[in-house]
Design a protein around this ligand. Structure first.
Ligand SMILES: [Zn+2]
Length: 376
């Protein structure tokens, strides 16, 4: 496929450009909250194979370099240069960056533009805004008004909002807009819980619902999407309650307001996500970092992504966090798996090369450019 194709990574995070020790590198290759057991390594899984097979040559090593050689070469080049090579290799055109997760440990939006040479845009995580507001608020009323002010201000320079409601309270919640009295009461309860050390982050379902509906209002005003973390993640995910079909009542309200919802990564509910994309006018989806974590076996996820979802609803994302390797592999995996699917359709006579190219254009940039209002 041509290296010149426009690619919009509609959901990713900043990287660490410092030199990394092997434990630090392995921690960023994992969703696990603890390191691999003694004597085991994160290189011994599908993603680890991909790093050795595809990233090693970008750093000037042979494919399948040992983990020891890989880490040594990365250190010899320096974290900054290794990251630069991988990011340039990824060949993205635009990055839409979620800055709400561990933002003190990774490069910020301008720094990402500098190391990648890409146009970069920010996506605002609404739970992080509420947490920032809580740090400054002296009372429940003040938290509510400060949150509204900060949301307006942050949204002004962003291209979308994002929620991790699935992480914090799951999709299996009351999905109606809470009234003002309930919101102030919840704000008071949560501030007290923070004070008492019983809560360390936004985990109050009423406040999250308030944030979600305010987000929809802002999305209407600014004519941009709301991204929803869906399913796969770390230990905090209560998986059965993060099936996106559980969130249909909210999706319906967003559809009535004409707000595009983008379901992020979706695994293992890719089929559910594609069904939602089929049924609801406003639902979009990606399979994100699933393609990296399923490694050589990623074809199954790509086949599911292509089996029902309208072509005008799928988006490209790496969901890379921390490692430039994950940005690079996101592109490699998407192209490899899409080539396999399209190759089969071509062989079966179901499509022409020209049609395949048009569909890939929609997924790599056309759909994202349309819903995020990105001009070339
Ligand atoms: Zn993410």
């Amino acid at each position: 496929m041509p290296q010149t194709r426009r690619y919009i990574d509609h959901h990713c995070h900043g990287i660490v450009d410092a030199d990394l020790t092997r434990p630090q590198l392995e921690a960023l290759m994992a969703e696990a909250h603890l390191p691999a057991p003694d004597g085991c390594t994160q290189f011994d899984k599908p993603l680890g194979l991909l790093v050795r097979r595809y990233c090693a040559p970008v750093l000037g090593l042979d494919p399948f370099a040992s983990p020891e050689d890989y880490v040594a070469r990365r250190t010899e080049l320096g974290g900054r240069e290794a990251s630069r090579r991988l990011m340039q290799g990824a060949g993205m055109t635009e990055l839409l960056i979620d800055t709400g997760h561990r933002s003190d440990t990774i490069l910020d939006v301008p720094q990402m533009a500098e190391i990648t040479g890409c146009a970069t845009q920010e996506v605002i995580r609404i739970e992080a805004v509420m947490e920032a507001a809580a740090k400054q608020a002296g009372s429940a009323e003040e938290l509510v008004s400060l949150f509204a002010e900060m949301m307006e201000a942050f949204a002004r320079d962003a291209v979308a909002l994002k929620s991790i409601v699935a992480y914090r309270v799951t999709f299996d919640i009351d999905q109606t807009r809470p009234d003002a009295g309930a919101v102030v009461k919840a704000a008071g309860d949560w501030l007290a819980a923070l004070e008492a050390g019983e809560s360390r982050r936004l985990d109050n379902a009423v406040l999250i619902r308030h944030a979600l509906f305010m987000a929809l209002d802002i999305c209407v005003e600014r004519d941009f999407p709301l991204q929803l973390h869906t399913a796969v993640g770390d230990l905090d995910i209560d998986m059965p309650k993060c099936d996106p079909t559980v969130f249909v009542p909210f999706i319906k309200q967003a559809e009535a307001m004409k707000v595009p919802l983008t379901l992020l990564h979706c695994y293992p509910f890719v089929q559910q996500a594609t069904w939602l994309a089929e049924v609801f006018q406003n639902v979009y989806f990606d399979v994100g970092f699933t393609l990296n974590f399923t490694g050589p076996q990623a074809i199954r996820t790509m086949e599911q992504a292509m089996e029902m979802g309208p072509f005008f609803k799928q988006l490209y994302s790496s969901d890379a966090f921390g490692l430039a390797e994950l940005h690079y592999l996101g592109r490699i995996q998407f192209e490899r798996m899409m080539d396999k699917v399209m190759g089969q359709w071509l062989a079966d006579g179901d499509i022409t090369l020209k049609e395949a190219d048009r569909i890939i254009d929609m997924i790599t940039h056309g759909n994202a450019a349309r819903i995020y209002r990105l001009t070339e």
